[in-house]
Design a protein around this ligand. Structure first.
Ligand code: DAH
Length: 345
């Protein structure tokens, strides 16, 4: 019987050793220690032994049972630990994987151009003024020497809201508003902002676009001041070698009125596709503030004079960056906008 016991023990320990999972181990436990297992059988069979052998055999069976039990518990702990380790390994995060790139926003190309223009004029001592986009007919037209029925109103097809209120067609009403507010004080401002016209959208027209207005009013402000200012501006925006020329023009709020061209920055004046073979590119409208405009705003035209100018940043941006369609500025296609990610533009 002792031999039988030893063999059982060896067998059990062997199976415990080779058990590869918690389930297999449990099967071993049930097989050897369970109620119907061989060890229990042996204990049950003790009654048939002679009385003097029983204590010795009982102790032996117990030792075997404890050895198998301890071995089972140790193996169980090991298997459980292995299971935890495997799980941990599967769940590890690979910190060497590159992160997902975060897309950074950047300034819209138009914003860049407007800010560049603002910076130039601020460095010349100008202040930045703003006015409403929903404007009174009075400031948009009347105070700018464009009374009702004036034919030049047709030059700017307008979105009227009521008979007297419209979406401003240019930034020039900010001139009239600023003069009315300053009540006879000298003025040196630029006014950037959105303007609206009842135009059909195409490559060079948009029903909404941007303008930057300029106005200087003081004693003894002359046409030569306007010319010097615009020449410096042209060099700042389009390169040191730029020359300007002023052509006579007409605006109701300036007298005399001019249009300013710059020498072509692409061909230098010899003629190319950018300047349409003329060597010159039209950039803005300007002139000396009309005495009627000064007078309506409460400035005495015999003491005060002034100059004004108005330009379209879209046109300047299109020329500077070679953009062929004004609608690119408003459709927000990332393929267009992301070309201006570079910090130097
Ligand atoms: N307001 C004019 C326009 O929208 C542009 C302009 C021309 C503004 C001459 C001025 C100026 O201040 O002097 O067409």
């Amino acid at each position: 019987m002792e031999q039988q016991l030893e063999q059982l023990k060896q067998e059990a320990l062997q199976k415990i050793e080779t058990a590869a999972s918690v389930k297999e181990l449990n099967d071993v436990r049930v097989a050897y220690l369970g109620k119907k297992g061989p060890i229990t059988d042996l204990l049950k069979g003790m009654g048939k032994l002679p009385a003097e052998e029983r204590p010795k055999m009982g102790a032996l069976v117990n030792v075997v049972r404890e050895t198998v039990t301890t071995s089972l518990e140790e193996k169980m702990e090991l298997l459980e630990q292995q299971a935890v380790n495997e799980k941990l390994e599967k769940e590890t995060i690979d910190i060497s994987l590159p992160g997902r790139p975060v897309k950074l926003g950047n300034h819209h190309p138009l914003t860049r151009v407007v800010e560049e223009i603002e910076d130039f004029f601020i460095s010349m001592g100008y202040e930045v003024a703003e006015g409403p986009e929903v404007e009174q007919d009075y400031y948009n037209f009347e105070a700018l020497n464009l009374p009702k029925g004036h034919p030049a109103r047709d030059m700017q097809d307008s979105f009227y809201i009521t008979e007297d209120v419209l979406l401003r067609t240019h930034t020039s009403p900010v001139q009239a508003r600023t003069m009315a507010a300053k009540k006879g004080e000298p003025i040196k401002i630029i006014c950037p902002g959105k303007v609206y016209r009842r135009d059909s959208d195409d490559a060079t027209h948009s029903h909404q676009f941007t303008q930057i207005e300029g106005l200087v009013v003081g004693e003894d402000i002359r046409m030569s001041d306007l010319k010097g200012t615009l020449a410096l501006f042209a060099k700042k925006m389009f390169g040191e070698e730029r020359e300007i020329r002023l052509r006579p023009s007409f605006f109701p709020f300036t007298e005399p009125s001019v249009e300013m061209d710059i020498s072509c920055f692409k061909c230098g004046g010899s003629g190319c596709n950018v300047c349409k073979k003329t060597g010159w590119i039209e950039i803005l409208g300007a002139g000396m503030v009309h005495p009627n405009v000064l007078e309506m705003a409460g400035y005495d035209p015999s003491i005060f004079t002034g100059f004004a100018f108005g330009m379209g940043p879209e046109r300047i941006a299109m020329l500077k960056y070679g953009v062929e369609d004004i609608r690119h500025f408003f459709t927000n296609d990332m393929r267009f906008l992301s070309q201006f990610n570079r910090t130097e533009v």
